[in-house]
Design a protein around this ligand. Structure first.
Ligand code: ADP
Ligand code: MG
Length: 402
């Protein structure tokens, strides 16, 4: 079940052609190839990853695309890496970065260059792997900072490109683990493996059922269009300041809860376990994780049975659990979910770590625009900043486009 490199659609081919042309303008010669890696949405399974639990993300039809050319040994400074991105919020034409591979260490590359540099760092650290310098031009359609993992898309696009160009023969789970290491060891973010896995192993029209204990991954059908459904992302554009502290505190509660229950992780604790020995807050945190794992399994079962609309109530229950038991929602996320449901959504929930970020709503395909308008209006009435809304579809995982 490895995503087909060719199967990325005509639009991607056009985009890749434009990127190759732009690359030639920027660097003065053609790239060796063009690769893409999608962002992701987590359909269900929130705050379960670091508890060895289940998650069900899907790769979306928005991706980071990179054109790459290896530097030849005969060129000046063959160990230099030149990076450019069309995402340049400061008004420049391109965001550019440059580093040299010898002696590359965490902290040496700032800003977005740390993502490709982290990939270079872990690959160069593998036995028998020599990474030469290269030139890279990035163009991404994954919105930055909306919780759709634009950052992992950059890492994954870089690793699939280098895997091909250097003939490393890495498989998809291997590349997922390496990009996780790049993120943990080089970028310095203690993130799990879900986002990279979705970007690497996602399939069009499917979600990726991932067991975070064994890292086993299976695709599960998610034929939204065939069922007349769509997933609307509502980016609240809120980044609450206590997100980091809240995340750490939740992880600590889960570890304390597992220890008090005599389990190595909450994955080992049965869904209906007696939590009366725990203090009230820890019991609520644990209950969220146990019930969320059960909801992921129920979602997978319904999707396998062809009952796509039937997952709506599980999304709603997930949100309630995140709001009441795990306490990681916020007024904007609750308003997005409640308004979408009132407007007729089949299901809705916050997605991602919480305290801001995005919500998703499962809606009738023809109703996405009306639902988005209802949420935007409710935000205006509540005095919140306007959300950003867009429809995503389950797309193909990362691969070569050209
Ligand atoms: P997200 O939820 O989108 O992953 P993050 O804050 O984790 O949000 O990652 C966003 C960061 O990823 C940006 O600040 C930037 O460093 C990097 N990034 C993502 N897309 C691009 C791009 N197209 N060009 C340059 N950097 C990018
Ligand atoms: Mg990110």
């Amino acid at each position: 079940q490895i995503p087909g490199d060719q199967d990325t659609g005509g639009q991607d081919a056009v985009r890749a052609g434009q990127l190759a042309a732009r690359f030639a303008e920027v660097y003065g010669h053609a790239p060796d190839g063009v690769w893409r890696a999608p962002g992701r949405v987590n359909l269900i399974g929130e705050h379960t990853d670091y508890n060895d639990g289940f998650v069900l993300p899907f790769a979306i039809d928005r991706s980071a695309m990179v054109a790459v050319r290896l530097r030849r040994a005969s060129e000046p400074d063959p160990e230099a890496v030149e990076l450019a991105s069309t995402y340049a919020p400061d008004g420049h034409r391109l965001s550019r970065a440059r580093f040299r591979i010898p002696g590359l260490a965490p902290g040496a590359v700032a800003d977005w260059g740390a993502y490709p540099a982290g990939v270079v760092h872990v690959l160069a650290g593998l036995d028998d792997v020599q990474v030469p310098g290269f030139e890279l031009l990035l163009d991404s359609t994954v919105p930055v900072g909306a919780g759709l993992s634009s950052s992992h898309a950059v890492e994954v696009a870089t690793i699939v490109a280098l895997n091909d160009l250097l003939d490393l023969g890495l498989d998809r789970p291997g590349m997922a683990r390496l990009t996780q290491r790049a993120e943990n060891e080089f970028v310095g973010a203690p993130t799990g493996i879900m986002d990279q896995s979705a970007s690497l192993m996602g399939r069009a029209g499917a979600a990726l059922f991932l067991d975070c204990r064994s890292l086993a991954a299976e695709t599960v059908p998610l034929p939204l269009a065939e069922h007349g459904l769509a997933v609307l992302v509502i980016d609240t554009r809120v980044a609450h300041s206590h997100a980091d502290g809240g995340y750490g505190a939740r992880r600590a509660s889960c570890e304390a809860g597992a220890a008090a229950l005599g389990a190595a992780s909450l994955r080992e604790v049965p869904t209906g376990a007696d939590l009366s020995a725990l203090d009230a807050v820890t019991a609520r945190r644990v209950r969220h994780v146990l019930t969320e794992n059960a909801r992921v399994l129920a979602t997978v079962a319904r999707l396998r049975a062809g009952d796509v609309a039937g997952i709506g109530e599980l999304l709603v229950a997930s949100h309630a659990s995140l709001r009441e038991d795990y306490e990681v929602s916020c007024p904007e996320l609750d308003l997005a979910v409640d308004t979408a449901l009132a407007a007729g959504a089949v299901g809705a929930r916050m997605t991602g770590g919480g305290f801001g970020g995005s919500a998703i709503a499962l809606v009738a395909a023809g109703e996405a625009g009306r639902t988005a308008a209802a949420v935007t209006e409710a935000f205006a009435r509540a005095g919140h900043r306007a959300p950003s809304t867009f429809v995503v579809a389950p797309g193909e995982g990362a691969g070569r486009v050209r």
